[in-house]
Every structure is written in structure tokens, then in C-alpha cells.
Design a protein around this ligand. Structure first.
Ligand code: CS2
Length: 481
């Protein structure tokens, strides 16, 4: 680490009072929601400072505390970088160390919004059905330890329970994860959990609470040590926890907050709408769907980043074909949006060489991502008789990837809550057909109708066999052509 530089310090201006608790303080929220909220306060005022919560690890708190919780947001454009100081976070709590402090913060009536970026798996739901996974170890734990929860869902319900008992208003739950109808998903699991604690609590939350759905978009690769060094050399100040992001950003929010109380997001470009669904579908399927497809196929072909992957014209052609033939034909775009222009801009964003977004990073947690990114489109295309070859190949690449060995025979570091089970299913089956069948039978991932579709199974087995025989690039080339 470049120790010769002085540490970043928070400027000594008045701190805004806190109005938001954010669960899951990762790079994405600090480069997206936190920036919008900081801008909204600069523009229109309001007490919307943020108390960040890390659910498990103390790293963020430990890096941010000596900097007064300020950090640099670095915009990486194709032609250079611009750095901006963000000082909207007032404190960072670590839930695993002190769950009571988190419940206390969430019960404070000054807190009117609890926002979340806890990743797909953080909702403790079954991705294929959206229902709460009552067997999830954290959910079982939280139902028995109501003073010291572990899961985001446990914190939400138990804090809402305290607020109700103390005669306070509920907070708005603002989900900022890449799930379709994310507000509905979190509302569903919260109500289900609350019903197990106390049915009257569940009714109160259903009647008084608010769970607006949102669509969030900005590409934010994990910060690497080289980013920290480069930034210190350009600014002369050491920030141990900067965030790196692309120029593009979009936030579409369903305008439904408890008592209408929220930062003036509309003043800083957030789209406040009555129905987020068309935006979510477009973004999850066009962006995240191709991101995951490129991640598995690109990783297998030896590409380290998304920009490296699409720099190969075969992969760029494959991606364009996915949008044109498989993804956009079934989409109803939001009013006034041209899908061809939207996807064209996406390819430019992927090509930005300054963004080193690892295929390995995007490949993480595939079991939680495939349903909303890829399998929905696949199921609809199969039913409508539309093409499915590219997305089927992407699913086959995921199956190859979770088998744990790449095309050169090297082990793959598969990060997924189901990793061990997926690997043993894959190892336990002898032929490509039985491997595909075993993985298709994982009901948390594959909806029953899709798993039972003979046509799909046959095509998937062919794609998987093709990947083993010819490698990813060759298979991609066939579809790109
Ligand atoms: C990516 C997303 O890591 C991933 O799975 O697909 O984080 C993606 O970069 C964002 O959703 C872009 O808004």
C-alpha cells in the first residue's frame, strides 16, 4: 500500500443528520444510491445521512472509520478518470459484532428509509418461486434469536416489530438489488417471516409499510489494490476504500414511500414512476442476462474481464445476437425507450476498457441469478417458438463452470451458496446427459416446467456436449454467425 500518502479526511462541514439505514454496504451502493442521495441533499436539503451496516465482515467499517466514513467515487471513462469525494455516510455498524446496535439504529424514528443491497442470496428466498426459504440457517437462527438476528430479513422484521411496539411509524424498505419486482420480493419474504413471529405484525406491515420496487444500474467492479494505488498517486491522498464506476447510471424508483417521506431524488435524475416492471425486465434481461452469459462463456474461453470478452468480435457478435434474436423480441419496453438503442449503448458500456469487471466476479452466485436473468426469457421463448440457442448455451456454460474445472483443466473457484451441492451433482453423474439432468433437477433454480421440457433438455445436453468437445469460443462463434 502507498503508505507515503496522508490518509483521506472527511471535510469538517456539518454532517447531515441520518435518515437512512443501509444494509449491505458494498461498492455498488456507495457508487450508486449513496451518490444520488448526497446530490439530492446538496440540491434540496433534508436529513438523509446514511448509517451503513455490514452484515458480517468489519472490513468496510475498519477502512472507512479513520476517514470519517468519507470515500472517493472514481468515474472511469474510456478517456480518463474523475474523482469525487462522497461524505454522506455518518457511521458504519457491523451486525455480526453488535446486532443490538443495528436494531437500535433501525428503530430510531429519525430513520425513515432502510435501503438494501444484500445481493440476490441475501433475501433468503427460493429464486424460482420467490418464497421465503424457511430452512435457511439464518432464518431458522433469527426466528429463535429475536434480539440478535443475522439476516437482512430478520433485521427488517424485528426492527419493524420494535417500531410497532413503540407506537412509531414503519420505515420504507427500499430494495436496490437486481431482482425482478424487488419490492414485491422483499415484501413477500418480510410478511412471511413476520407472520411466523406474530400474525398481527405481518398485518400491520402489510397495511402501513411501503416496499417500492426499483431498477438500479451502474457497472461497479470490485475495487482492486492497483486502483487504490493509482488514485493515491493522482490525488496525493490515501483512500483505502474508494469505489470505481462507469459514467452511466440509472435509478428508477416506484414512488411509494411511508408518508411520502424521501430525499428529493427526482431533482437529481432519478426516475420516479408508478410502475418499475418494464424497466426492471429490460435491464435484468438485456444487461444482466448478457453479463452472466458473457461471464460464463468468457471465463471458459480464458477472458478475464467483460471488456476483454467483447473485444473479441465473436463474443460481441454473440451478444448482439442474443439481444436481437432472443432477448428483446419478448420485451415490452418502457414508454419512449428504443430497445435497439438501449442495447447498442450497452455494448459500448461493456467495451469501456477502463472498467476491469472480472468475468469471475459476475459468475458468482449463478444459482441466485440465472432465474431472473436468463431462465425467464428462455421459458417464454420456448413457449412462443422463438430462438433459444444462445441462452441455452449460456446455461450449459454455467453447468460447465459449476463443475469446477475450466477448459484448460484448471480448477475454478466457484462462489455460490449452492456450490458444494452443484459440484457433487456434477461429479456424481457420468455422462453429459446425466449431468445436465442432475443440475436441471435443482428446483430452487429451474422452474418445474422448464426442467421437464424435453426440447430444452435435448438442446442443453447438445450445447453442454459441444462445450466439452469444442470449447466455448467455437460454440459462441456458431451462434454469432
Ligand atoms: C453484474 C451486475 O455482478 C453482476 O452480476 O451483472 O452487478 C451489474 O454490473 C449491475 O447490475 C449493473 O447495473
Amino acid at each position: 500500500m502507498p503508505a507515503e500518502f496522508p490518509r483521506l479526511q472527511r471535510p469538517s462541514v456539518d454532517r447531515p443528520k441520518s435518515g437512512i439505514v443501509h444494509l449491505g454496504l458494498g461498492a455498488f451502493f456507495r457508487a450508486h444510491g449513496a451518490v444520488y442521495i448526497a446530490e439530492a441533499m446538496q440540491k434540496s436539503g433534508g436529513d438523509w445521512g446514511i448509517v451503513g451496516v455490514s452484515l458480517v465482515r468489519p472490513d468496510q467499517r475498519d477502512m472507512l472509520a479513520p476517514q470519517g466514513f468519507a470515500y472517493t467515487a472514481v468515474e472511469l471513462g474510456p478517456d480518463g478518470q474523475t474523482a469525487r469525494l462522497i461524505s454522506v455516510i455518518n457511521d458504519v455498524l457491523v451486525a455480526r459484532e453488535n446486532p443490538k446496535a443495528v436494531l437500535d439504529a433501525m428503530s430510531d424514528p429519525a430513520i425513515r428509509i432502510v435501503s438494501l443491497t444484500v445481493t440476490e442470496k441475501g433475501y433468503c428466498h427460493e429464486p424460482s418461486t420467490g418464497r421465503l426459504n424457511r430452512d435457511h440457517p439464518d432464518i431458522r437462527h433469527d426466528l429463535e434469536n429475536t434480539d440478535a438476528p443475522r439476516s437482512a430479513i430478520g433485521f427488517l422484521v424485528l426492527a419493524l416489530q420494535r417500531r410497532r411496539a413503540q407506537g412509531k411509524r414503519p420505515f420504507t424498505v427500499l430494495c436496490c438489488d437486481n431482482l425482478p419486482e424487488n419490492g414485491k420480493v422483499v415484501r413477500g419474504v418480510v410478511l412471511e417471516f413476520a407472520g411466523l413471529v406474530d400474525p398481527a405484525l405481518s398485518e400491520w406491515i402489510a397495511a402501513e409499510g411501503a416496499f417500492p420496487s426499483t431498477m438500479v444500474d451502474r457497472i461497479v467492479p470490485a475495487t482492486k489494490p492497483a486502483d487504490i494505488e493509482r488514485l493515491a498517486e493522482t490525488t496525493g491522498v490515501l483512500d483505502l476504500s474508494p469505489v470505481m464506476h462507469e459514467p452511466f447510471r440509472q435509478w428508477v424508483v416506484e414512488d411509494r414511500f411511508v408518508d411520502g417521506d424521501r430525499p428529493d431524488l427526482g431533482a437529481v435524475g432519478v426516475q420516479l414512476v408508478t410502475n418499475v416492471t418494464p424497466f426492471e425486465h429490460m435491464k435484468l434481461r438485456c444487461l444482466n442476462g448478457t453479463h452472466s452469459s458473457l461471464a460464463y462463456l468468457g471465463y471458459l474461453a480464458g477472458h478475464e474481464t467483460i471488456s476483454d470478452t467483447v473485444a473479441d468480435p465473436v463474443f460481441a457478435g454473440f451478444c448482439k445476437n442474443l439481444w436481437k434474436a432472443e432477448i428483446t423480441p419478448g420485451l415490452t419496453p418502457p414508454e419512449g425507450v428504443d430497445l435497439a438503442a438501449y442495447t447498442h449503448a450497452l455494448l459500448d458500456r461493456y467495451s469501456n476498457p477502463a472498467i476491469r469487471h472480472l468475468t469471475w466476479q459476475i459468475a458468482m452466485d449463478g444459482s441466485q441469478k440465472l432465474p431472473q436473468r436468463i431462465l425467464g426469457t428462455l421459458s417464454e421463448n420456448l413457449a412462443a417458438g422463438r430462438p433459444v440457442a444462445g441462452l441455452t448455451l449460456a446455461v450449459a456454460a454455467w453447468m460447465r463452470y459449476v463443475g469446477g474445472t475450466d477448459e484448460k483443466g484448471n480448477p475454478v473457484d466457484v462462489r455460490d451458496p449452492l456450490a458444494a451441492r452443484l459440484k457433487s451433482l456434477s461429479d456424481g453423474a457420468g455422462t453429459p446427459a446425466t449431468k445436465v439432468a442432475a443440475l436441471l433437477a435443482v428446483a430452487e433454480i429451474f422452474p418445474a416446467a422448464l426442467a421437464a421440457n424435453e426440447n430444452f433438455r435435448t438442446r442443453l445436453t447438445e450445447a453442454y456436449t459441444g462445450l466439452l468437445a469444442n470449447g466455448s469460443r467455437k460454440m459462441v462463434e456458431e451462434i454469432a454467425a
